[in-house]
Design a protein around this ligand. Sequence first.
Ligand SMILES: CC(C)(COP(=O)(O)OP(=O)(O)OC[C@H]1O[C@@H](n2cnc3c(N)ncnc32)[C@H](O)[C@@H]1OP(=O)(O)O)[C@@H](O)C(=O)NCCC(=O)NCCS
Length: 251
Amino acid sequence: MATGPVITACIIKPNYIQYLTKCAKMAQQIGNGGELILAYSIRRMEKEDIGQVTEIDREAFPSQWPPANYRREMQNKTAHYIVLCDNNKTIDVPPATPPKRSINILSLMMPWTKQKAPEKIPLPHVTRQYIVGFSGIWMIADEAHLTNIAVREQYRGKGLGELLVIATIDLALKFEASFMTLEVRASNLAAQSLYQKYGFTQMGVRRGYYLDNREDAIIMSTESIGSEPFQRQVSELREALKKKLPDVKST
Ligand SMILES: CC(C)(COP(=O)(O)OP(=O)(O)OC[C@H]1O[C@@H](n2cnc3c(N)ncnc32)[C@H](O)[C@@H]1OP(=O)(O)O)[C@@H](O)C(=O)NCCC(=O)NCCS
């Protein structure tokens, strides 16, 4: 996992959220826990997601130093993040951008006319999809460097990590990456096993790379992600995952 640096913020579609909420409520009413709608969906990360993504990051990497800064990541033109949502659940979060205060020109020119600042009124929260995992890449020339991938603890072991890896490979291909790289803690055998399953192999070791405990990083890389053997491997894994996770939508 890399430490350090964007993504174009998409406009939230309130109708879509309302639709998902309605579907989730309908499914709950029927009592079959969401069979009426797709259980998970993947989309690009938006500003309003920063709070939830940061929460997942802190849960997955509690000792990480320096902690990842997703607000800064969204300003970084080389960074591209996706989030995985549980469509049966929504959450109320603070709005990403508070409305701008209008400036009273008269009070700037004649400060003695300045009125008392209005009391701060808390802004209404917005209803968002519940994010259960996320991942991201930095595009550096034709290399897609996987910066981070994490799934909420209570959602692990269901194939969602795999789903994020496949979506991240698709994202890298969209940005015309030739290959993918990453760093992973030497002790993180679960993540290494996930990456190996998707064709990442060990290329080297960065001694004492992680600042919190001076742990080594294993450097892993894929072959050409557009190559026929790589694509065949991913498509076989994708088919197997579809059987495990039939209810997934990618947007
Ligand atoms: C790594 C992580 C994203 C995997 O997510 P997940 O949803 O639990 O993984 P999946 O259920 O999709 O499992 C896919 C594969 O990962 C590997 N894996 C997952 N959990 C594992 C575990 N506890 N032990 C060993 N291998 C494991 C296996 O290869 C598994 O394939 P299999 O089912 O054929 O055995 C998740 O454990 C996580 O968020 N960890 C904390 C953050 C982290 O370490 N990220 C990596 C930073 S480099």
